[in-house]
Ligand binder design. Structure first.
Ligand code: ADP
Ligand code: ASP
Ligand code: MG
Length: 812
């Protein structure tokens, strides 16, 4: 005998039912089949809802009933069933209407009536499917499972009387010659002869009872996914079906929310060692998941991750609990008397507090039960009023083999911590098959993905980028990410996604990653940019490894960094403003990054893509001490003084630098030395010095006339008039065979920037084009400096510097 169960989605409509019929026709060739079916998908909820409306004296229950009727009749029509079948459906639905009417009249919807109402779902679907199959296959029978499965009268979650039920099943099938026996799942009958149900999701259990009683070789659960997955596939895109898993692991996973299998299902088949096979009705060729005794131990320590939503945490504490025996017993008894199921328990070893997790629906009753039980102690102040926190969830990491591996919980908690998932309580079963933690419900998706990533994805990390700024540098960065995507994915196991993108006008989001071949078009069609929505969306998406990338020169954007860091969102900035504003702000950002486990990287603030800051950090972190820094840090000034000589005019060269794109549109920003001052300030700070912009000596080489406020044209005019001043600077240097360089220096805690004459033997002398150079003198590099030299400006190299920062986060 083969036992197959088809869930709600598998029989949701005529099209799906036809798939089920095909599977049954094929299967029945091998051996007789029992097919247990659920109600049409979603029907149980609808039946319940109509009952609640009637109970609330809301006439709309009639409309809902009509939709129930429509759906069944339409399915029957689409399956080509005749009037006899439809008459029968009509008749049963009229009975149901009577029941609803009764509920409406007396406004009472007891659990007993509820079971009666809900049973119509399975009874009708089994009836329809059996009639459909009868047209296709001789030897099809319909058997009402209520005649076989006997329970107590615990309505909505009845307990099965194992022995009579087994006997009933065996004696019925001993005499049956059917090829396929269709049976409604979920429904049963009490010893008093009333309809009962086996609990929501209980059709799986009905099928397990059949398989156990008849010692079937396998129990097949046909559903809408290709097996039991490493995590809920609706929440974790990277989840995959587990080929083989043990009964105990499957039980833990389903107990902690893997709805694909109703937890009680396992018990009847486990004792008899009957394997369960989870199959996909919509992809019958897929292997599915085999659940058996051993569950293939060579898989790795963790088999799956699951979660329970809607959890409330109740904490009981007080000095009166220490060393007093029986407090826990009283607590648990009080809850047991109220039939409240405790999902998780932790107790601090000081015995000062006990923390339990319950389903949110039970929380209020639990609180009342506890208050009543400890009324006396609370009144004396020996125990505090129970504290109830709602909006929690439990996540659980499960695997039989975890006990043989060290450090699983360390990995679990450190990955959650890194992603700012706050853990409220932890429990680990003595069997070490399960480690569970209570977290905030809003963090569930992030936590599942983080843990899945950690335990299953060959360490493939996902980086979720939110990029602001799509000018020259932004464009290059997006190009580089698109070009390198495959390499990162295949070689570095990094999945880099641009989830948010914005410029000053519009913004777009796509959790799956914005299409980088087409971002310009998409962005132009995006929503209007507004800082608050942009930030809140990133916060609400709450994705693991979120990184905010600032490619603007905007002060408002720089001022928002602290908000991101507080949400554990890392910052990668090309924008220099944050690091070069007041020291206290810079220090605060560094502090927040540490506190919230986020990174704050700004390699491109100095020398574009050159590894200046990274090198400096490595020196300092490894215990070296910076004694002085000498540097040429302005590509534009270097270009200007490399090209300016007796044959040219200063104005022409400044204009040429502008035309080549080496200066800002307003060249005064470069020529005044402010930009260079910001850079040396950042290097001094990163060297460990407390220093501010006002502390930097900046002696301008510009004549007074060029320093007056006015338009860019007026500035140009002044340069023209002051040509003699600039020529003098040149000639004085040239006479001594020196060259002019705009130099930034930091020595003994003092920083200065300004134009200097550089002699032939100095490393700066031969600095070409728009290159930068930095000399670090340190305790270790005391005679000869550590030198970093290369292109220090330009969109391509700046973008690659940003990219380097991004990848460095992936490696962590
Ligand atoms: P049926 O109606 O066939 O009984 P259910 O809806 O009860 O199906 O269970 C299947 C659903 O369980 C899947 O569609 C999936 O959303 C959910 N699910 C949750 N966790 C898991 C998991 N770990 N593996 C597979 N499915 C899961
Ligand atoms: N139809 C019932 C429910 O939705 C039982 C089942 O489908 O397993 O809970
Ligand atoms: Mg189910």
């Amino acid at each position: 005998m083969q036992v197959l169960k088809f869930g709600g989605t598998s029989v949701a409509n005529a099209e799906n039912i036809n798939k089920v019929v095909d599977i049954l026709k094929n299967k029945s060739v091998e051996a007789p089949v029992i097919a247990v079916v659920s109600a049409l998908g979603g029907m149980t909820d609808t039946l319940q809802q109509a009952g609640e409306l009637a109970n609330a004296k809301d006439q709309q229950y009639i409309q809902l009933w009509e939709s129930i009727k429509e759906r069944h009749l339409e399915t029957a029509s689409q399956l080509g069933l005749g009037s006899e079948t439809k008459d029968e459906i009509n008749q049963r639905l009229n009975e149901l209407k009577e029941i609803y009417h009764g509920i409406f009249l007396i406004n009472e919807f007891t659990t007993k009536t509820r079971d009666k109402v809900l049973s119509y779902g399975e009874l009708l679907s089994a009836f329809i499917i059996s009639n459909c199959l009868k047209n296709e296959l001789d030897g099809t029978e319909l058997k009402d499972s209520r005649e076989l499965i006997v329970t107590d009268s615990n309505y909505t979650n009845a307990r099965v009387m194992d022995d009579v039920t087994s006997q009933n099943i065996r004696s019925y099938f001993k005499n049956s010659t059917a090829r396929v026996t269709l049976m409604p799942g979920f429904v049963s009958k009490s010893t008093e002869g009333e309809t009962t149900t086996l609990g929501r999701g209980g059709s799986d259990f009905s099928a397990a009872l059949m398989a156990a009683a008849l010692k079937a070789s396998v129990l097949e659960i046909w559903t809408d996914v290709s097996g039991m997955y490493t995590a809920n596939p609706k929440l974790v895109k990277q989840a995959f079906p587990i080929a083989e898993i043990s009964y105990h692991e499957a039980m833990e996973l389903s107990h902690f929310g893997a709805k694909v299998l109703y937890p009680p299902t396992i018990r009847p088949v486990l004792d008899l060692n009957i394997p369960i096979l989870i199959k996909n009705t919509f992809e019958p060729e897929a292997e599915g998941t085999l659940i058996n005794q051993s569950g293939k131990l060579d898989f790795g320590p963790v088999k799956g991750i699951s979660h329970l939503p809607n959890i409330s945490l109740i904490t009981l504490e007080g000095s009166g609990m220490v060393g007093i025996p029986g407090i826990s017993k009283r607590l648990f008894e009080a809850l047991a008397n109220e039939k409240i199921n405790i999902v998780l328990i932790t107790q601090a070893s000081s015995e000062h507090s006990i923390c339990i997790a319950v389903q949110s629906g039970d929380a209020q009753r639990a609180e009342e039960a506890i208050s009543n039980e400890f009324l006396f102690e609370i009144s004396l102040g020996k125990i505090n009023e129970a504290i109830v926190e709602h909006g929690q969830a439990i996540i659980a990491v499960i695997g039989d083999n975890m006990k043989n591996h060290q450090g699983i919980s360390g990995k679990m908690f450190s990955s959650l911590g890194k992603n700012n998932v706050n853990i409220r309580a932890i429990a680990q079963g003595a069997s070490e098959r399960n480690i569970s933690a209570v977290i905030q419900a809003r963090d569930v998706k992030k936590a599942l993905n983080t843990l899945h990533n950690r335990f299953f994805e060959k360490q493939r990390g996902t980086l979720n980028l939110f990029i602001v700024g799509t000018g020259n540098v932004g464009k290059r960065l997006l190009d580089q990410i698109a070009q390198q995507w495959e390499h990162l994915h295949d070689q570095l196991y990094l999945n880099v996604k641009v989830v948010g993108l914005s410029n000053s006008r519009t913004m777009i989001f796509d959790e799956e990653g914005i299409d980088l071949e087409n971002w310009e078009q998409l962005l132009s069609e995006g929503n209007k940019k507004d800082e608050e929505t942009w930030f809140n969306t990133i916060k609400e998406l709450n994705l693991q490894n979120s990184i905010f990338v600032d490619i603007t020169a905007n002060e408002e954007v720089a001022n928002s960094y602290s908000n991101y860091l507080r949400e554990s969102i890392s910052i990668i900035a090309c924008n220099k403003i944050a690091c070069s504003s007041q020291y206290s702000k810079y220090e605060q950002l560094k502090y927040l990054a540490r506190k919230y486990n986020a990174s704050f990287l700004f390699e491109t603030n100095v020398g574009a893509g050159l590894p200046v800051i990274n090198t400096l950090n490595n020196l300092v972190n490894s215990g070296d001490k910076i004694t002085s820094i000498e540097a040429v840090l302005s590509g534009s000034l270097n270009f200007i003084f490399n090209n300016f000589n007796a044959e040219t005019t200063f104005l022409d060269i400044v204009k040429k630098a502008g035309e080549e794109g080496y200066t800002e549109p307003d060249p005064r920003i470069d020529l005044s030395g402010v930009d260079v001052a910001r850079k040396i300030l950042i290097l001094a700070r990163e060297s460990g010095y407390t220093i501010d912009m006002e502390d930097i000596e900046n002696i301008s080489f510009l004549p007074d006339a060029s320093l007056q406020p006015g338009s860019v044209d007026q500035f140009y005019e002044s340069l023209k008039e002051e040509e003699a001043h600039f020529q003098k600077l040149y000639v004085e240097a040239a006479d001594k065979e020196n060259r002019l360089k705009y130099v930034a220096e930091f020595r003994d805690g003092v920083a200065k920037v300004g134009l200097q004459q550089i002699a032939k033997d100095h490393p700066f002398y031969n600095l070409d084009g728009k290159d930068n150079i930095v000399l670090f003198y340190t305790q270790r590099y005391s005679d000869q400096p550590l030198i970093i030299k290369g292109a220090g400006a330009g969109a391509e190299v700046t973008a690659s510097g940003l990219f380097g920062d991004i990848i460095s986060l992936g490696k962590n």
